[in-house]
Write a protein that binds this ligand. Structure first.
Ligand SMILES: Nc1nc2c(c(=O)[nH]1)N[C@H]1C(S)=C(S)[C@@H](COP(=O)(O)O)O[C@H]1N2
Ligand SMILES: [Mo]
Length: 208
């Protein structure tokens, strides 16, 4: 082998190693973003309810506390999506058969914790178009919870059309568990935790 060829091989090997090192660094940075989860047991960031809830993600309010245990488990649960085309009632298995998307997003609670997770589910914008809604539509989101400040919220088109805004069915590859909003919840980038509605019952496309 010529000297030049040897040199070229060394260089490309070095480039390969550099790439591996760089992706390693990216992994570390990403994991460091989750460090609130590790710190949670120290109770520094969540004075009211600390770190490890179910599925290793903090829980703000459990299904029991919200009084939704029976309703969330009910076999006749449907997500009702109302729009110009009428009302579509979607069972969990029908939701699972719609095109799925994933998004890696944090939940950031005003109580002082933030945890990242991979969410899987249906894009909000797909549900809006399923119901015949326009891209500029806002939506009104209602939870199964009977009372509470977060039972009904609205979401503008800047969030509703974002491809990372989901009606989530899965959390880190598993079925969402009850405390995280089973059968379905909202997850959207850049919204405060209080607006990441759990235990959905309906989505209404609002008239502009
Ligand atoms: N229906 C309903 N959704 C809710 C809440 C609630 O009390 N009721 N709490 C919110 C708050 S304050 C936060 S921070 C997140 C927490 O989600 P998690 O419990 O899955 O971590 O859910 C939000 N969704
Ligand atoms: Mo929160």
């Amino acid at each position: 082998m010529s000297r030049d060829m040897q040199k070229a091989r060394q260089v490309s090997r070095r480039a390969l190693l550099a790439t591996i090192a760089a992706s390693g660094a990216a992994l570390v940075t990403f994991t460091a973003g989750q460090s609130f989860g590790w710190l949670a047991p120290l109770n520094l960031f969540a004075p009211r309810r600390q770190g490890f809830g179910s599925q290793s993600l903090s829980v703000n309010k459990t299904a029991r506390e919200a009084g939704v245990l029976a309703a969330a488990h009910a076999h006749d649960w449907r997500l009702s999506v109302r729009g110009p085309r009428g009302v579509v009632e979607l069972s969990r298995s029908r939701l699972e058969r719609l095109p799925q998307a994933t998004a890696i997003l944090p939940i950031a609670c005003v109580e002082g914790w933030s945890t990242w997770a991979e969410w899987g589910g249906i894009r909000m914008r797909d549900l809006i178009s399923l119901a015949g809604g326009p891209v500029e539509a806002a939506v009104r989101i209602t939870s199964l919870e009977r009372r509470g400040a977060y039972r009904v919220t609205t979401m503008g088109p800047e969030f509703a059309q974002d491809p990372a805004t989901l009606v989530a069915l899965r959390l880190n590859g598993e079925t969402l568990d009850l405390d995280h909003g089973y059968p379905a919840r909202i997850i959207a980038p850049g919204r405060p935790g209080v607006l990441q509605t759990k235990w959905l019952t309906s989505i209404e496309v609002m008239e502009a």
